[in-house]
Design a protein around this ligand. Structure first.
Ligand SMILES: Cc1cc2nc3c(=O)[nH]c(=O)nc-3n(C[C@H](O)[C@H](O)[C@H](O)COP(=O)(O)OP(=O)(O)OC[C@H]3O[C@@H](n4cnc5c(N)ncnc54)[C@H](O)[C@@H]3O)c2cc1C
Length: 308
């Protein structure tokens, strides 16, 4: 049995830990920020491949994750639900590059004023505060742990280290190609919405959850600060109200900002560690960490291999 340390308690690190524990490894998660304090906790979190590359690998990881999230949606304790919705466009658009990852995609019958076309599909939505708690509980149920620990380098006491540190990979992998893409959202009261809507060009999106609705968004590459910006909130609410008119009258409950860990290509590979151990990098999921989580976790577990 290999002793595996997973760095990072966002959706990527927690999913990897679940798969490693299920495979029989002794896995522990260490992280500076606990699950509800991570970027992952801010995510909308609609299954949708956004700002993550390369297309071929992302489509495969996204397809695996779609199936797993649909399976998890059967248990309401997970916080995952399958929700119908539509992605809209200002001009007729061919099928998206990731179309093979979803079981069914149809041309939308109706689109809001100002739009010319849309693709409708059912998509899993993970209510992140609930889902991250569920993932943590699953780790503990399988005998793993999640511990707060800010690291200044890769730990050397484990046989295998999984680097799922998101932006922290700048330090752990000395990788300057990973950059923040700041995203701001507004939480509004649930006003009876049961469908998501997305215009990825904004990006503008409205995602219903059980007690609130996530309204986004912004997309600012290279900006590190996490203080909500009033002007940005006003502007995104205006955009979202054109997409889903009910947003205009909904009471604002709060504001959230997260830093997407974006990289030209998601990095998922094994390298030799300086301490003679094995290091599996799994970071750079951009705007799609939830969407790719189970596909990447499966691949990480396959790289680590079965327990000796
Ligand atoms: C506004 C917004 C909306 C989004 N919507 C969606 C969506 O609808 N669908 C979707 O799929 N994705 C969405 N995303 C993207 C998604 O949130 C990210 O891709 C995902 O959270 C990345 O997960 P992660 O686990 O890699 O990183 P993170 O969640 O950032 O976790 C990184 C972990 O590494 C730890 N770490 C870092 N440095 C250190 C260190 N030195 N020592 C110890 N631990 C360290 C952190 O503390 C943290 O625990 C959205 C993001 C934002 C900001």
């Amino acid at each position: 049995m290999a002793r595996v340390v997973v760095i990072g308690a966002g959706v990527v690190g927690l999913s990897c830990a679940v798969r490693l524990l299920e495979a029989g490894h002794q896995a522990s998660v260490v992280a500076r920020d606990l699950p509800l304090e991570t970027t992952s906790a801010t995510a909308a979190a609609l299954w949708y491949p956004y700002r993550a590359y390369p297309f071929e690998r992302v489509t495969g990881w996204a397809a695996t994750t779609y199936d797993e999230l649909v399976r998890l949606a059967a248990d309401e304790r997970t916080g995952v639900r399958v929700v119908p919705g539509v992605e809209v466009f200002r001009a007729p658009t061919p099928q998206p590059w990731w179309a093979s990852a979803v079981p069914r995609l149809t041309r939308a019958d109706h689109v809001p004023d100002g739009y010319a076309a849309g693709w409708a599909f059912d998509s899993p939505v993970a209510e992140m505060p609930v889902y991250l708690r569920w993932l943590t509980a699953r780790i503990e149920e399988l005998g793993g742990t999640v511990t707060r620990m800010a690291l200044s380098g890769l730990p050397d006491g484990a046989d295998v280290v999984v680097n799922a540190a998101g932006l922290g990979a700048r330090l752990f992998a000395d990788d300057g190609s990973i950059v923040p893409v700041r995203g701001q959202v507004v939480l509004v009261e649930q006003f009876g919405l049961d469908r998501w809507a997305l215009d990825a060009s904004g990006p503008t999106y409205v995602v219903p959850r059980s007690h609130d609705v996530v309204v986004g968004g912004t997309d600012e590459e290279g900006r590190w600060d996490r203080t909500p910006d009033d002007a940005a909130a006003k502007e995104l609410l205006e955009r979202a109200s054109r997409l889903v008119p009910g947003v205009r009258r909904a009471k604002v409950l709060g504001h959230r900002v997260g830093l997407r860990p974006a990289r030209p290509l998601v990095r998922l590979e094994e390298v030799a560690g300086a301490a003679g151990n094995r290091v599996v990098h799994c970071y750079g999921h951009g705007g799609a960490g939830v969407t790719l989580s189970w596909g990447c976790a499966d691949e990480v577990a396959a790289l680590v291999g079965p327990p000796a």
